[in-house]
Design a protein around this ligand. Structure first.
Ligand code: SF4
Length: 333
């Protein structure tokens, strides 16, 4: 069952300067779902639309970001909630309980002049029934302990904690109300590799124990390989490949995914790793054809004339490339 769905979602940045409108198509016709009890990875290089997609899925849409088409739907207790049409009050009712968020650079989201216990108090103030300060501290201390943090953390200011501890505190806030889906945007960026490992293990443990779903946005393919069950690969605002992590890593079908997987270092392998030449296209210009065409070593004349659709190429595997055949064509061949 899906808990969150994006249906033909289009989220553009629309700005106007000196009477000239500029439209950046950051998320362009994206359809995907977050299923129950899974870790879904969203991968792609910087600027491909990962973070914009995440904000839109969370309903955090503020100008210049505008949803111009499609919708986002949450399935809450068996009922669909259209997030793109919901009022702020309706969103407040599902946020942190159905979906929660570990933001990018989350170590810096803690208020530097508030003790951690006050941040917890601010967080729960409008979200749970009234509770005394003592009850709140007990609840927060137990939750922190379950995530490997001592209760003394509650009395600390953010600057007194290490980067890894601050990251765990933000994960504690995001998981306090037992949400069904947790979105984590680059949760290991700016952490050293040892701390990264701890954060990855923590997120993985929470997902296993709570049987909730985790949506992990990162450009780090190593993190995807270790943690996720399925991966969505984005390029220039579009989903270009989607499938189980095992399939994407063992048999990537889109040339861009092949570059991504091929760039991963292998211990002992001295072969030179080639990256995709050139840069992604500008998303504020009219784009026809495949968006990867200028960087693709396998490009054909037809790739400039029309954009390939995202088609099912095997069980739970979709690809947007003219080189691959849809499942039904293979069956009838
Ligand atoms: Fe390359 Fe064409 Fe496939 Fe695009 S559609 S990835 S240009 S082969």
């Amino acid at each position: 069952m899906s808990l969150v769905r994006a249906e033909s979602l289009k989220a553009y940045y629309i700005t106007k300067a000196y009477g000239v409108e500029r439209v950046v198509k950051a998320v362009d016709n994206v359809t995907l779902e977050v299923r129950e009890n899974e870790i879904l990875g969203i991968a792609g290089e910087s600027g491909c639309g990962k973070s914009t997609l995440m904000k839109t899925l969370l309903g955090i849409v503020q100008p210049p970001l505008t949803v111009v088409g499609g919708r986002v739907v949450y399935t809450v207790d068996g009922k669909d909630v259209d997030v793109t049409a919901a009022s702020p009050q309706e969103l407040e009712g599902v946020r942190w309980r159905h979906v929660s968020y570990v933001p990018q650079g989350s170590m810096n989201v803690l208020n530097p002049v508030r003790r951690i216990k006050h941040t917890f108090r601010d967080f729960v103030a409008h979200r749970v029934q009234r509770m005394s300060q003592a009850e709140l501290v007990k609840w927060a201390a137990e939750h922190l302990k379950s995530l490997g943090l001592p209760p003394e953390v509650l009395n600390a200011y953010p600057h007194q904690l290490s980067g890894g501890m601050k990251q765990r505190v933000t994960i504690a806030l995001a998981t306090l109300l037992k949400p069904k889906v947790i979105f984590a945007d680059e949760p290991t960026t700016a952490l050293d590799v040892i701390v990264q490992r701890g954060v990855i293990q923590l997120l993985s443990r929470i997902q296993r124990e709570e049987k909730n779903s985790l949506v992990l946005v990162t450009h780090d393919m190593g993190v995807h390989a270790h943690l996720t069950h399925r991966i969505v690969i984005m390029y220039a605002g579009k989903v270009i490949e989607e499938g189980s992590t095992a399939k994407i890593f063992s048999a990537p079908q889109h040339p861009y995914t092949q570059y991504l997987i091929g760039s991963l270092p292998v211990i002992g392998d001295k072969e030179y790793r080639v990256s995709a030449p050139g840069n992604p296209p500008r998303l504020d210009r009219p784009l026809t054809g495949c968006r990867f065409v200028d960087r693709c070593p396998k490009a054909m004349p037809q790739c400039r004339q029309a954009a390939p659709a995202l088609v099912e190429t095997g069980k739970d595997h979709k690809v947007a490339c003219f080189l691959v055949s849809p499942e039904e064509e293979k069956e009838s061949a």
